[in-house]
Design a protein around this ligand. Structure first.
Ligand SMILES: Cc1ncc(COP(=O)(O)O)c(C=O)c1O
Length: 340
């Protein structure tokens, strides 16, 4: 009776088959635990830590021309985050790589793909918060989707400042890339309500930290500024863009930046794996510069694109090479990393 009522309520509240943003993602294969399964069967246990407490770490990675950009850097951050949260029975780097490669090969994804890599503390023997209840080992999830950069990088995006603050090391260290994303989600809701593309989040002292999903930069009188990484995620795209800017002989400073400096900047952009380098044309209703994508932004967008293309060549150490016809990767068995 209760089940029937619940089904009826859900059925009438929302459509059971919403349209996907990209129909090509209807038939995906997803790595969960130690298996690849079709999208509709890709599930974690209700006892999993990620369900019980958002107790997981994650990375977003992008595939360019058959190579995963900055794979080693992303895995370094994943393993550092898992260590900081004292996970145990963590799969090895080789096991994680093999799961990623097998997922990409199963989906035939060699370009225009984004990977959401999640490692949870794993299943618990009974519900509860205590990590000592996690006796099954970590759960690894590799969700690869067809997803080109998600922002309008040609015309630019708009930002508003959220009232929700970014975590500081006082409470939850932003250097841990964890799944407790509620404050970012609250900031994103503020952005949605203001019809902006994303929301700027301030740190505990009122200085700009980043947006709900990306790092942030400004240009004033030819100098590039970005907040130091005390309250923001030290983004891998952020580091890449800073390196590229220095190679272009541009001056880059990391320091505390107040909101009015963003309101009066000549150029603003955000960075992240999901969207690459995103020009910002409006912040809190103030036009940035002349409201068009500025020259420094364009220069760095070009440099970033060139770098991803060059890095996809076999000579580059930035990418881990995988091949759709590698018989060892395609057939080898992964060791048990999730003995449930
Ligand atoms: C809050 C936040 N800031 C910035 C970033 C960008 O980081 P990266 O450049 O390593 O993708 C992310 C990406 O996950 C993020 O979640």
């Amino acid at each position: 009776m209760l089940r029937h009522h619940a089904w009826r309520t859900c059925y009438f509240i929302k459509s059971p088959h919403p349209k996907l943003p990209n129909p090509a993602n209807e038939k995906l294969f997803v790595w969960v635990g130690n298996d690849i399964v079709p999208r509709q069967s890709a599930k974690v246990s209700v006892f999993d830590s990620v369900v019980q407490g958002g107790d997981a770490v994650w990375e977003g990675l992008r595939v360019y021309s058959g190579k995963i950009f900055k794979l080693e850097e992303h895995l370094d951050r994943l393993f550092d985050s898992a260590k900081a949260l004292a996970f145990s029975n963590i799969p090895t780097r080789e096991e994680v790589k093999e799961a990623i490669f097998k997922t990409l090969i199963s989906n035939g994804m060699f370009d225009n793909a984004h990977i959401r890599l999640t490692l949870t503390r794993g299943k618990k023997v009974t519900s509860g918060m205590n990590p000592s209840l996690n006796l099954y080992g970590c759960t690894l999830i590799v969700l690869a989707e067809w997803k080109p950069p998600v922002y309008d990088n040609t015309r630019g995006i708009t930002l508003v400042t959220a009232t929700t603050r970014r975590n500081s090391p006082n409470n939850l260290d932003s250097k841990i890339h964890h799944n407790n994303l509620l404050n970012n989600i609250l900031a994103k809701i503020e952005g949605n309500n203001a019809q902006a593309d994303d929301a700027i989040m301030l740190d505990k002292d009122g200085y700009v930290s980043e947006t709900n999903a990306t790092n942030i930069f400004l240009v004033k009188k030819g100098r590039i500024l970005t907040p130091h990484a005390d309250s923001c995620l030290p983004g891998i795209t952020r580091a890449t863009v800073m390196d590229l800017a220095m190679k272009e002989n541009l001056v880059v400073d990391e320091r505390r930046i107040s909101l009015s400096e963003f309101h009066t900047a000549d150029e603003v952009w955000t960075t992240g794996t999901l969207g690459e380098l995103n020009p910002v044309i409006r912040v809190d209703g103030r036009m940035v510069g002349d409201g068009r994508v500025g020259p420094v932004t364009q220069r760095l967008q070009k440099a970033y694109k060139k770098f991803t293309v060059e890095s996809a060549s076999k000579k580059s150490p930035s990418f881990h090479i995988f091949s759709p016809i590698n018989p060892i990767l395609a057939t080898s068995k992964l060791s048990q990393m999730h003995p449930s």
